[in-house]
Ligand binder design. Sequence first.
Ligand code: CO
Length: 168
Amino acid sequence: MNVFKLIVLSCLVVFASSCGDKKAKKSEGFSYEKKSEVAKEVKSNPNDVVITSNDMMQFNKKEIKVKAGQKVKVTLKHIGKMDKNVMGHNFVLLKQGVDIMAFGNKAATEKDNGYIPTGTEDVIAYTKTIGGGETAVVEFDAPEKGTYDFLCSFPGHYALMKGKFIVE
Ligand code: CO
């Protein structure tokens, strides 16, 4: 009889503690979900654009879509390791009708100006040129609805590093 009671008691203890564990895990899971929901909300602003570039002369995006009539924030991250004199990257948004190749060739000679032609009226916005591990940010008003070209204007990069910037 005593042994039986002991078994029942120990079963209750095990049950109670496992039940307690489950509750603790549940509440952890809940707070984790909440955190990721907040992160999603931040990410879901289409005008908060993050674009990465690497040591292979690539952007991770060929197309960027933003909403008209609002501010745009472009964050360029260089996730490579190479120096900006060797593998420099920037983000340059061109006005409509500007030829990428013609602009790129002009920009290539403007090292001291961050590869932006001095006094140019061809650009809507641009970041400074950065090297591996660096980040650059530019904020500007979204231009009117339409499709625009973006590129990296470091010499020779526009052949690979370009894409469409769509305002809708
Ligand atoms: Co580049």
